[in-house]
Design a protein around this ligand. Sequence first.
Ligand SMILES: [Zn+2]
Length: 308
Amino acid sequence: MNTIAQLGLATATLVALSGAGASSSRKLTVVATTPDLAALAKAIGGDAVEVKALAKPTEDPHYVDAKPSHIVTLNRADVLIEGGAELELGWLPPLLESARNDKIAAGSPGRIVASQGIGMLEVPATFDRSRGDVHPFGNPHFLLDPLNVKLIVARMAEHFALVDPKAAELFKANLKTFDAALDVKLAEWQKQLAPYRGAKIVTYHQDFVYLAERFNLEVVETLEPKPGIAPSPAHLAKVIATMKAKNARVILVQPYQNRRTAETVARQTNAVVLDVPQQPGALKNTDTYFELMDYIVRTVATALQETK
Ligand SMILES: [Zn+2]
């Protein structure tokens, strides 16, 4: 006679086995922590994948509102793509623990850490999270540099093929198409921003450094004194002085940042506040990486032209 405990175990095994059997015909379930990674996964996975993002386009990727539905989503995932470098430290680890899914365990083909292999900017000389800095391993907002995206999509294609070998050719073809399109777009974006070489910008959070580096802009100040630390009056006074001294007249903000703080600074520096979401889908017609970058480059270039 089976005990109840044994029966329970047998049922769980059967459910797991039937799930594995069904996977030969179904699409790969890919979960990305943020919409930008999800958009890239869709481009590479095409019809062979079903992609979900945990964070909303209007949510701060450092502080996502963790929900029970996220645990279910992670439990059913074949692949998890995370930004890494502690971008999701505040919310992802407990969700993963509850999801109990070996397929997306660290180090398995079903786990992709986007930051691996990226030349990280602003890596601190000493590791110190004690003062609240949310970038202890360097700056995790690296997708605004298209060359970083190239590395990440290549890794997605590799991992997808390991998890779903029968679709390997499709992933390879999609990667090739994406790469070719990215080369064309990168040249366009560089041309659009070329007249503003060395232009000075201010951002709320330290989240545009990779864009600045690739396209030769300079982030002269951030409204936050440190990543993740709210602006203080003393710090904002310093920001205003720097902006006046360096004639920086563009402030970039994201949907989840305090626009009123940016507006207060802008009033005292004759600057403009630009809404520049980094997540696809936060604004209309920015659902793909290309559409999003088109929007960002156009918005920044226009503002730099008008404040020249
Ligand atoms: Zn950050």
